[in-house]
Design a protein around this ligand. Sequence first.
Ligand SMILES: [Zn+2]
Length: 434
Amino acid sequence: MKIIVHRGAQEIGGNCIELRSGKSRILLDYGAPLPKTDPVTHKSAAVTPEAAILDIPGLYGPSPNPILALIISHTHASHYGALLAKPINPGIKVYMSEIMEDVVRITTKMPRDGKKLPVGINYFRRGHKFILGRFVITPFLMDHTAAESFAFLVESEGKRVLYTGDFRDHGNKANAFKQFLANDMGPIDALITEGSQADVEKGPSEIDVMAEIEANLEDRRGALYVMCAGQNINLLASLAFLAKNTRRYLVVDGYTALLLERVKALAQKHGVDLKIPSLETEYLRIIRNNATQRIYQLTEYTETFSRMRPKMYGWDWLRDNLARCIIPVRANSQLWVEEQIQDFRHGAFLYSDWEKYTDEDGMQETLEWFKGKGLLAVPMPSTGHAYFSAIRKLVENKRPRYIVPVNTAHPDKFTAAFGKRVRLLKNGEEFYLD
Ligand SMILES: [Zn+2]
């Protein structure tokens, strides 16, 4: 089996990994590079489609050995965004989970997006093996900040390659990582692991962080703004608990409310009852901003929208109840906050500086805007990625013959910890697994 990291071997973001066995070829992820931020103006430049596209034989044109499939680990643009940049060869099957497809379809219908996902997505399910040419692939659920995120075990020619996608062991789905370790996959020949946060040996868990925020919130009389991507379902769940414990409202828009409803309903379809906020959550409120208006226009979600109506509140309600609101914000949210809210006294802004690794255009401007509002700034250390201690646990548990770091600015950390087993590849370099 051969491993070629087309992108992501030497940078964070834009992942694309090819596996070859005989004439069979598959791709794992096809991400867009992260937007570049100007260090002086802090303005981030959107990634052009041209910058996202990779020149891989068979990806757009014909090839004697066609690519059988593109398998997406999760719906952060740095892992699937390039798929939307230009239609790929229609002979390539695209694989996602059903929840992932829904999240992308809803997101691409929002006004700032306007991209298109190909039709005919194939679904995989956690723990269910599927076969593509000479490959047998098993998806494993991971703990990460996307609505759902997967690792893949890929078997062929008696060899096993394990690709982590993005993961952590300190979030709401920490159990998923425990199960991943507990699963006996047999000897692993190569572990392709992310290392976005490899420079941090150990940090607090999301539960620790939330407990600290709760203690801080007790006698604050202002709104809490929290930087939280719409599809960070795990953080939304944590914020819902925080709202309940501190007798506050969790204020979302129609886009986030729709994602929560869809994710919950699709999980229920497979017999899983997710502990996430929904339209039944008593203290959930939906604000009537542009994103909510946009959801109203999506005729395929009319039924969900009608169930959202009793939860919808206008700007006067928000201004009157500001002191009791927890408001998740994301890139460009300052556009509506600025227009509707004038009083920022006693408020707090919770964010993580790791957001600079976000793939959302405009995130840097949004961070700067909220930081400039005189709110109490509460940096959040916990992020969506593994601390190095989690990577150590993974290596100790799976005992791979080779370790291929991707998505990292700290390859040296890997060589220092794991020595000769580490293969630092260059983008496009072929690694033959003997
Ligand atoms: Zn991710």
